[in-house]
Design a protein. Structure first.
Ligand code: SAM
Length: 266
């Protein structure tokens, strides 16, 4: 697929998401548990970083979508200076219409080196690099993000990975469930990719919450629930999965493609 075709695919996909989900938290992530934990993780990292540096931070949310995450950060860190960049005009418009105080949002493409003209203490991608449908462009995006971080700055990466997807599908296969495929608008990252981005001065550090935090939830919702759901049983947002999420501790195994990772710019 050429770049124009894949841009049309991404823009078309997110235009529909913008129309259907407006400013809701479920925009781009219908699984509320996953969204809540992503936000919890980002806030925990920002809290740690603020105590480490003893100052309010400048934070950039790359591919900020409808601005939901920016609004949650602003609620908890009102003195932070926040920036967002977004590629899909319809999502950008929703993010801007939130009118968040001291938050600047731009219509930009992270694949271009001048996508953002300032330096920040923290950059975040929440399921954005996987939306870039060429491996080379995914790497370019990381290079561009790294360039906008001050030395010592933090990159909070919430992205999906191939290796845990393999684990998830092996467990599904044991229950005679069909494999889950990557969505058409995604190319998942892998450990080789993470190895490569270290070249750009990004050193991986231990996250506050375990990297595999969502693993138990994926096992509950994508394996146990699917294996025992009777015909006609509820498919999404069930009490069963809510119960299992509370009954089992998080971070068991490697069954969540979405990983929480953190890098420091050296
Ligand atoms: C899965 S959504 C996540 C949105 C937001 N981070 C959230 O958590 O709600 C991926 C976002 O990345 C944006 N995006 C895709 N390609 C991009 C690019 N090249 N530059 C900037 N944003 C991009 C999409 O428009 C979309 O809003």
């Amino acid at each position: 697929m050429n770049t124009k075709d894949y841009d049309d695919l991404i823009l078309g996909h997110y235009k529909k998401i913008a129309a259907n989900f407006k400013d809701l938290s479920t925009s781009s992530m219908e699984d509320r548990y996953v969204r809540d934990k992503e936000i919890e993780f980002i806030q925990a990292e920002l809290k740690r970083e603020r105590s480490l540096r003893q100052k309010d931070l400048r934070v950039l949310d790359v591919g900020c979508g409808n601005g939901y995450t920016l609004s949650e950060i602003k609620k908890n860190f009102p003195a932070f200076k926040l920036f967002g960049v977004e590629f899909t005009p319809e999502l950008l418009e929703i993010a801007i219409s939130r009118n968040l105080t001291d938050v600047e949002i731009f219509h930009k493409d992270v694949r271009t080196a001048d996508f953002f003209l300032e330096e920040v203490d923290v950059a975040i991608t929440e399921r954005v690099i996987i939306n870039i449908l060429h491996k080379k462009d995914q790497e370019t995006a990381i290079i561009n993000i790294a360039a906008k971080l001050k030395t010592g700055g933090l990159y909070i990466m919430i992205e999906s990975f191939k290796e845990p997807l393999v684990e998830l599908n092996l467990a599904r296969d044991e229950m005679s469930l069909t494999p889950i495929a990557e969505s058409y608008q995604n190319i998942y990252l892998n450990e080789y990719f993470v190895g490569r981005i270290k070249k750009y001065g990004l050193e991986e550090i231990n996250p506050v919450m375990p990297s595999n935090y969502l693993s138990s939830h994926f096992f509950n919702s994508r394996i146990i629930h699917n294996a025992i759901r009777p015909e006609g049983g509820k498919v999404k947002h069930t009490r069963l999965v809510g119960f299992l999420d509370q009954a089992f501790p998080p971070a068991i195994g490697n069954y969540s493609p979405i990983l929480f990772r953190v890098f420091r710019k050296v």
